[in-house]
Write a protein that binds this ligand. Structure first.
Ligand code: ADP
Length: 955
C-alpha cells in the first residue's frame, strides 16, 4: 500500500514536475519570443495565439490601458473555436474593437484589487459587463491584469465563447505567469514606440530649426529681398509638407504678390489687390495671428485670387515687423503687418498642428525682419542720396554767395572760404592764410578813419568769444580800391559744445554806404526845402527858396526857374540866381535851343515826360558858345503828371581857360538827378498847394457873396409879399366891383375892351396874388413859421380827388391813378391842405411842362425801408421834355429853373418845387426826380411819406 501509495505519490509528483517543466519551457519560449521583438502588434499576436494554446482555451483577448482616458482599449484577440459561424465571427470582430472598457468598471476594480487575477463563472451575471458579455458571447472567463512594476499596462481575458467552464489552478498560474511576461514585453514595446515618436518629433523639430536657421542666414547674407522671401517660402512649404506657397508684401493697405510656387502667377492674376478685398488677410493682419481657411470657406474674389496663385486650402501667415520670435505673445498690430506668406494644401482634410503654426510664424518673423531690413536700407539709401544732394546744393549756394564766408580756427587760420571770400582776400581757393597775414597786408580803419589794431579787429574779438553783428570797417581791397566792409560772425562749436573756431560773413558795403550818405543828404535837403516853403503862399518866394537850397545841396553856383505855358508849349524864365545880367541873357538864348521841341536832341521830350536830364553842349551842336554851359541839370517841376515849370542848375566852372580840366568833378551823377527830381516834385506840390489855397479862398468869397445875395432875395421876398398883398387885394376887389357894376348897369353900348380889360385885370391880379402867396410861404418856411395842422389823411382818396379835379383843367392830358394794394391802408398823418398843395403843384408842373400832352400817372405803393418802417411812395410821372441829369440836383433849390425852357405857358419863378420839397420834409418824407432828359420820355417826381401802419398809430 505504502509502495502503491508511494508509487502513486511519485507519479503525481512526476506529473507535476513534468507540467512544471513544460510550463517553464512554455514561459521561457514565450519570454524569449516576447523579448525578441519590440513590435507591439507582433507581440500581441504571438501572445494571444500562444496563450490559447498553452492555457487550453478557445479565445484570448488583450486590452491596453489608455492612461489619458482611463479606458481599457481593445488591442487584439485570438479565437480558435470551430463552433462559431464565420458570419458571427465577422460581425463580432467589427464590433469588438469599438468597445473599450472603463477603468472604473466594478469587475475590473475587483480584478485589480484581487491581485490581478479574477476567474468568473458567468460574466453575464455581472451587471456592469452583462451587455458586453452578451454581445461577445462570453460566459466563464479568466481575467488577468497585465501589470509591470505596479503599473497596469493592460488586461487579458481567456474564455471559451458561449461556454461555461472552470479554470484549473495550473491554468490560472500559467495565465498569471504569461501575463507577467506579456506586461513586460508590452510595456517595453510601448516605451520603444514612444521613444520612436519622440525621435521623429525631435527630427522634425531639428529640420524646422535648420530651415529657420537657413532663412535667418539668407536674411543676413545681403541677398535681395525677393530671393530671401523666395527661399523662405520654399523652406516653409517643405517644412510644412505643403503643396504650394506664395509671398505678398503689404504697403499702404495694398497687397503686392512677389513670389509664388510651384505655380507662377498667371498673366491674369491680379498681383496688386486691396487688403480689404481679401478678408482672411485682413483678419490675419489685424490680429497678427496666422489664419487657416479651406477652399470650402473661401468665396468670391478672395477664392478666385487664391486659386489663381495655386492656393486652395491655405494658411495665411502675417509678417509682423519688429516681432521678436522669442516673445510668443506679443500684441499684434495691424499697422506693423508688412506682408503675408501663404501655404497651400491640396488635401481639404488637412488641419495644421500647433507646431506647424509655430514654425510658420518663426519663418514669417524672419521674412518680416528681411522686409524691415530692406525698408530701413532703402530709407538709409534715400537719406544718403538726399544728404548728398543737400550737401551739393549747400556747397553751390555757399560758393555762389556774394557774401564772403570764411571759417577761422582758434589759431586764426582760414580753414574754409568761398569764392567771394577768395576773391575779396585775393587768395587762390586752396591757398592757406591767416588773419594776422591778412591784416599785415591790408591795414584796416574805423569808419571815422582811425587805424584798427589787430587785437581790436572784429575777427580777433570774435576769436576771443565776442559776437560780432554787422560791424563796418574800411580797408583797401586786393585791387587797391578803398572799400567799406561789413562783417558778422558766429561761433563754431564741436559736438561737446566747445568753441573750435568762428564763421565770418562779410560783404562789400561801399556802394551801400555811399548810397546811404546820399539818401541822408537828399532827405535833409528835402526837409529843409519843405521847412522853407511851408506856410509860404507866394509862388515866387517858394520857387526862389527851393532853387537856393538845391544849388547849395548840389554844389552849383547858378540856376534859373522857368514857368511852363501849356497852351503855347513854351518855357518862360521866371527868375535866376547867381548870374550877371549878361550871362543871364546868354542863358536865355541857349535855353531856347535846349528846350526847342523841334531840335534833334530829346531834352524837351524827356522833360515833358517828367524826368530830369543833364544838358551838355556835346549833344547840342547848335549852341553858339558850347563851353559856356557844359554841365546843366534840368529838372521838371510837376504835380500829378502836370508840368508846371523847370528848374535848371548850372555847374559849369566859372573860368574859360581850360574848361575840360576838372570836368569830371562837375558832372552830375544819377544821384544828383534823383535828388533834384525829388526836390522839383516837392516844389510842384508846394505850388499846387498854394494854388489850392488861393482857389479855396476865392470859392469861400464867392459862397459868401451868394449867401448875401440869397439873403437879399429873401428880404425882398418878405417885403414884396407884405407890401404887394394889400394893394393887390384892393386892385382885385376894385376890378371885381367894377365888373359887378357893369353887369348890373348892363351897358351894352360900352366898348368891348372895357369888360375884357377888367377880366384881364382880375386874371393877372389872381396870378400876382398866387406869386405873392408863394413868396409869403417861402418867407414863412425860411423863418420856420410854417406849421402843420395834422390829422389822419387817406392819401389814396386824396390822390384820386386831385387827379379828377385836374383832369377837368386839361384836354391834352389823360390823368391815371395806379394804386398798388398794400399791407396797410394808405393813411398818413399830415396837413390835408399842404398835402393837397404838394400833389397840386406836381400835377400842375406835369401838365404845364408837357405841353404836347400825353398820359400823366400818379402811382401809389408801399415800401418797407429804413429800419423796417413802412413808407408810402407817391410818383407823378409825365411824358414831357424830361430834365437833364445835370439840372436835377438843383431842381429843389430856391428860384431854380431849368435853363432854356421856353413858352409863355411855362412861366414861373422857380419856387414851386422848393416849397413842395420843404413841405414834404416837414411831413417826414423825401423827394427826388428820375429822368434821363430825353424829350417824350418825361420825368418822374417821387416822394415818400411815413405810413401809419397799426391801429395804435392811428389812434
Ligand atoms: P416853376 O415851375 O415856377 O419854374 P418849379 O420849382 O415848380 O418852378 O420848377 C422848377 C423847374 O423845374 C421848372 O422851371 C422846370 O424847368 C422844371 N420842371 C418842374 N417840373 C417839371 C416837369 N414835370 N417836367 C419838366 N420840367 C419840370
Amino acid at each position: 500500500m505504502l509502495g502503491e501509495e508511494f508509487s502513486s505519490t511519485s507519479d503525481q509528483e512526476q506529473e507535476r514536475l513534468r507540467t512544471a517543466l513544460r510550463e517553464s519551457e512554455i514561459l521561457r519560449e514565450l519570454a524569449e519570443l516576447l523579448a525578441s521583438s519590440l513590435d507591439l502588434n507582433r507581440i500581441l499576436q504571438v501572445l494571444t495565439k500562444r496563450t490559447t494554446e498553452v492555457c487550453e482555451v478557445e479565445r484570448c483577448a488583450v486590452w491596453l490601458l489608455d492612461n489619458h482616458h482611463d479606458m481599457f482599449l481593445p488591442a487584439t484577440y485570438y479565437l480558435s473555436t470551430q463552433q462559431l459561424s464565420q458570419d458571427n465571427i465577422r460581425a463580432g470582430d467589427r464590433q469588438w474593437y469599438q468597445h473599450p472598457l472603463p477603468f472604473s468598471d466594478p469587475v475590473l476594480r475587483r480584478l485589480l484589487a484581487q491581485n490581478g487575477m479574477l476567474a468568473l463563472e458567468d460574466l453575464q451575471a455581472e451587471p456592469s459587463l452583462r451587455q458586453f458579455a452578451k454581445k461577445f458571447l462570453v460566459r466563464s472567463t479568466l481575467l488577468v491584469a497585465l501589470i509591470r512594476e505596479g503599473r497596469t499596462v493592460g488586461m487579458m481575458s481567456l474564455d471559451d465563447p458561449n461556454r461555461q467552464r472552470t479554470f484549473s489552478l495550473s491554468q490560472q498560474q500559467l495565465a498569471r505567469a504569461i501575463g507577467q511576461q506579456a506586461a513586460q514585453a508590452i510595456d517595453n514595446a510601448q516605451l520603444y514606440q514612444q521613444a520612436q515618436e519622440e525621435r521623429k518629433r525631435a527630427e522634425r523639430l531639428i529640420e524646422r530649426a535648420r530651415a529657420i536657421y537657413q532663412v535667418a542666414l539668407t536674411v543676413n547674407s545681403g541677398e535681395s529681398l525677393l530671393s530671401v522671401l523666395a527661399i523662405a517660402s520654399e523652406h516653409l512649404a517643405h517644412g510644412l509638407s505643403a503643396d504650394s506657397s506664395a509671398v505678398a508684401l503689404l504697403h499702404q493697405q495694398t497687397l503686392h504678390v512677389i513670389t509664388s510656387s510651384p505655380q507662377q502667377p498667371t498673366p491674369d492674376t491680379p498681383l496688386t489687390v486691396a487688403l480689404h478685398d481679401i478678408p482672411t488677410c485682413y483678419q490675419a493682419a489685424s490680429t497678427g495671428i496666422p489664419q487657416y481657411v479651406t477652399s470650402q470657406h473661401l468665396h468670391g474674389f478672395e477664392k478666385h485670387w487664391f486659386h489663381s496663385l495655386g492656393l486652395s486650402n491655405v494658411m495665411v501667415v502675417p509678417l509682423i515687423a519688429g516681432v521678436d520670435p522669442s516673445e510668443e505673445q506679443q500684441p499684434a498690430q495691424a499697422s506693423r503687418c508688412v506682408g503675408f506668406t501663404f501655404i497651400g494644401y491640396q488635401n481639404a482634410q488637412h488641419r495644421p498642428t500647433r507646431g506647424q503654426y509655430a514654425f510658420a510664424q518663426d519663418i514669417a518673423a524672419q521674412c518680416a525682419l528681411a522686409i524691415g531690413k530692406e525698408r530701413l536700407l532703402s530709407e538709409a539709401r534715400q537719406s544718403v542720396a538726399l544728404a548728398t544732394e543737400r550737401a551739393n546744393t549747400l556747397d553751390a549756394i555757399f560758393q555762389a554767395m556774394t557774401e564772403g564766408i570764411t571759417v577761422l580756427n582758434l589759431d586764426g587760420e582760414v580753414v574754409v572760404r568761398n569764392n567771394a571770400a577768395s576773391y575779396f582776400l585775393g587768395l587762390p581757393m586752396n591757398a592757406t592764410a591767416s588773419l594776422h597775414s591778412f591784416l599785415a597786408r591790408f591795414p584796416t580803419y574805423t569808419m571815422r578813419g582811425q587805424p584798427i589794431m589787430e587785437e581790436d579787429f572784429p575777427l580777433s574779438r570774435a576769436l576771443r568769444g565776442e559776437n560780432i553783428r554787422g560791424e563796418r570797417f574800411v580797408t583797401r581791397r586786393i585791387d587797391g580800391v578803398e572799400r567799406v566792409v561789413e562783417v558778422s560772425t558766429s561761433r563754431l562749436l564741436n559736438s561737446e559744445q566747445e568753441l573750435i573756431g568762428i564763421v565770418s560773413a562779410f560783404r562789400d558795403v561801399t556802394e551801400q554806404t555811399r548810397a546811404e550818405r546820399r539818401i541822408r543828404k537828399a532827405l535833409e535837403t528835402m526837409l529843409h526845402v519843405a521847412e522853407a516853403v511851408s506856410g509860404v503862399t507866394d509862388i515866387h518866394v517858394i520857387l526862389r527858396s527851393v532853387l537856393t537850397h538845391t544849388l547849395e545841396t548840389l554844389n552849383c553856383d547858378r540856376g534859373i526857374v522857368l514857368i511852363y505855358d501849356q497852351e503855347r508849349n513854351i518855357f518862360a524864365p521866371l527868375f535866376s540866381v547867381g548870374y550877371t545880367a549878361d550871362s543871364e541873357t546868354q542863358w536865355i538864348t541857349d535855353q531856347d535851343l535846349w528846350l526847342n521841341p523841334s531840335a534833334r536832341h530829346e531834352f524837351h521830350s524827356v522833360i515833358l515826360d517828367g524826368h530830369a536830364t543833364v544838358i551838355n553842349a556835346d549833344r547840342c551842336p547848335d549852341q553858339p558858345q558850347p563851353h559856356n554851359h557844359i554841365a546843366v541839370l534840368a529838372a521838371p517841376i510837376t504835380h500829378s503828371n502836370h508840368l508846371l515849370g523847370l528848374m535848371m542848375l548850372d555847374r559849369t566852372p566859372n573860368h574859360e581857360s581850360d574848361p575840360t580840366s576838372e570836368q569830371h568833378r562837375h558832372e552830375f551823377s544819377i544821384w544828383d538827378m534823383a535828388v533834384v527830381e525829388g526836390i522839383a516834385q516837392l516844389a510842384g506840390l508846394a505850388i499846387e498847394q498854394t494854388r489850392w489855397q488861393q482857389e479855396a479862398t476865392t470859392a469861400h468869397t464867392r459862397e459868401e457873396a451868394m449867401r448875401e445875395a440869397n439873403a437879399l432875395k429873401d428880404e425882398f421876398l418878405a417885403i414884396a409879399a407884405h407890401e404887394f398883398r394889400s394893394p393887390l387885394t384892393v386892385l382885385m376887389m376894385q376890378a371885381q366891383m367894377a365888373q359887378r357894376a357893369l353887369r348890373k348897369y348892363n351897358g351894352q353900348d360900352l366898348p368891348k375892351h372895357i369888360p375884357e380889360g377888367l377880366t384881364a385885370i382880375e386874371e393877372q391880379g389872381r396870378q400876382l396874388t398866387n406869386i405873392v402867396n408863394t413868396f409869403l410861404e417861402v418867407t414863412q418856411l425860411n423863418e420856420g413859421q410854417l406849421t402843420l395842422t395834422t390829422k389822419i389823411v387817406d392819401i389814396a382818396d386824396m390822390v384820386q380827388q386831385v387827379a379828377s379835379r385836374h383832369s377837368a383843367t386839361t384836354t391834352l392830358h389823360e390823368i391815371h391813378c395806379e394804386i398798388t394794394p398794400g399791407a396797410c391802408p394808405y393813411l398818413v398823418k399830415g396837413d390835408s391842405a399842404r398835402l393837397q398843395q404838394i400833389l397840386d403843384n406836381l400835377l400842375q408842373n406835369a401838365i404845364k411842362y408837357s405841353d404836347m400832352g400825353g398820359p400823366i400817372t400818379i402811382s401809389l405803393r408801399q415800401s418797407t425801408e429804413f429800419a423796417g418802417n413802412t413808407f408810402i411812395e407817391i410818383c407823378v410821372a409825365d411824358k414831357g421834355p424830361g430834365i437833364p441829369k445835370a439840372e436835377q440836383t438843383h431842381l429843389f433849390e430856391r428860384f431854380y429853373r431849368v435853363p432854356g425852357v421856353k413858352g409863355s405857358k411855362t412861366r414861373g419863378v422857380g419856387l414851386g418845387l422848393y416849397i413842395v420839397a420843404q413841405l414834404i420834409h416837414l411831413h417826414g418824407g423825401t423827394i427826388h426826380v428820375e429822368s434821363n432828359g430825353i424829350p417824350g420820355e418825361g420825368s418822374r417826381f417821387i416822394f415818400t411819406l411815413p405810413a401809419l401802419e397799426s391801429e395804435n398809430q392811428i389812434e
